[in-house]
Design a protein around this ligand. Sequence first.
Ligand SMILES: Cc1cc2nc3c(=O)[nH]c(=O)nc-3n(C[C@H](O)[C@H](O)[C@H](O)COP(=O)(O)O)c2cc1C
Length: 181
Amino acid sequence: MNERILLGITASAAAFKGVALASLLRMEGFEVDGILTMNALKFVTDTQLACVTGRPVFSSLFTDQPGDHVPHISLTDDCSLLVVAPATANYIAKTANGIADDLLTSVFLANEAPVVMAPAMNTRMWENPVTDENVAKLRNRGVTFAGPSKGRLACGTMGEGRMMEPVEILSICLRILSGNN
Ligand SMILES: Cc1cc2nc3c(=O)[nH]c(=O)nc-3n(C[C@H](O)[C@H](O)[C@H](O)COP(=O)(O)O)c2cc1C
């Protein structure tokens, strides 16, 4: 059986790049289970992501799927990697502080596999001391941060906070999965 990766996409202007990353992971032969936060559904659709992953996409903590009433646990069973790309300031803040009030934050708490987060946000949000503290907390707990890069942002400014390109995130994921992190 192929290795399975959990790919979370949060509500950033860069959400479409998360779908592109799903496609790259599939091309590498991984099974990809996609999770969209409820707010991410404003940016990309579950159908769009399912077309790329070829599997159902999850957003809700509560499911009426027969036999699976706790998706935040079943999704994290035997997964090889959790990658959240893009990761909003909100998602970083919640996970740094143990908040699990939706599917993707609950998955973070239940997950035992390595975690990669690719932040994407406005430069002022990225440079805010509270974001800095949250990133430091997660780094100390073993989360790998892919980026952000410097460049043009969705708000029209230039600066740090641009999501790393999917192909670069892919190589970080492959390095971690090969044990060379
Ligand atoms: C058009 C638009 C673009 C946004 N882009 C970002 C972003 O790139 N990064 C970020 O941290 N927040 C961004 N936000 C704010 C988040 O969507 C907001 O904090 C939301 O609560 C995050 O939800 P989630 O973390 O549950 O997905 C954006 C909001 C809007 C309306």
